[in-house]
Unconditional design. Sequence first.
Length: 227
Amino acid sequence: GKYYGYNVESAIDFGWGCAWRCIQMVLDYQLDGENVPSFVELFNKFGGRSVLIELYRKMNGGAAEFLEEKKFAPHDLSSGWAEPFIGQLILFAFGKHQQLSLINKYPKNANAPVNVFPKEPLTFGQFTQQLLTHFKGSNANPVMIDDASYAYCIIGIGMGEGLVHLWVADPHIDTKGDASVGLYVVTLSEEGKFVRSSVSEEQRKFLYCGGVDGKVFFDTKGWMMLI
């Protein structure tokens, strides 16, 4: 699959388009790089409330009254942000079925209604096991995670010696950086605590808000996931 970061395709989304870029990365993999919509096309076509509610009704075969109770559509948000829930609906529109989950808990600032997620969040251990199974499969598309502030794609996992290594495709790159800036490994403890990242000082210069350190951890924070 192709890597998508801020401000590619001449769209100016620096500072707010990370989830949209993650959705593009998943779409690119699922569509084999063929006719992948641009950022602007995705935002215009799938940012509105009515089209998203209609997709949810089709996907779930009926009622969606609870979607009327909360602002979740990107066009209705001052931020314009997407989330994994928006990604699930977009992928469904392309005939691709992806599952939503929570890791640890529902992020308190999430825009997606809590009802769209399974009632039981995954533990960090369950999350890593799901990733291991997923990436051993034949259709191992990028996995989107989002803590309601930052969205990333996980593109691989390794485990050993009490540590978990996540291969990350991070869309938060400065326009002066190339794609390699956004690719790195995050190492966590078995409890999900941040240990280190492979981000170099050179990479850090081009990463939004100084990079991943202090942002990707699972011991005390809730995440949304699209897998």
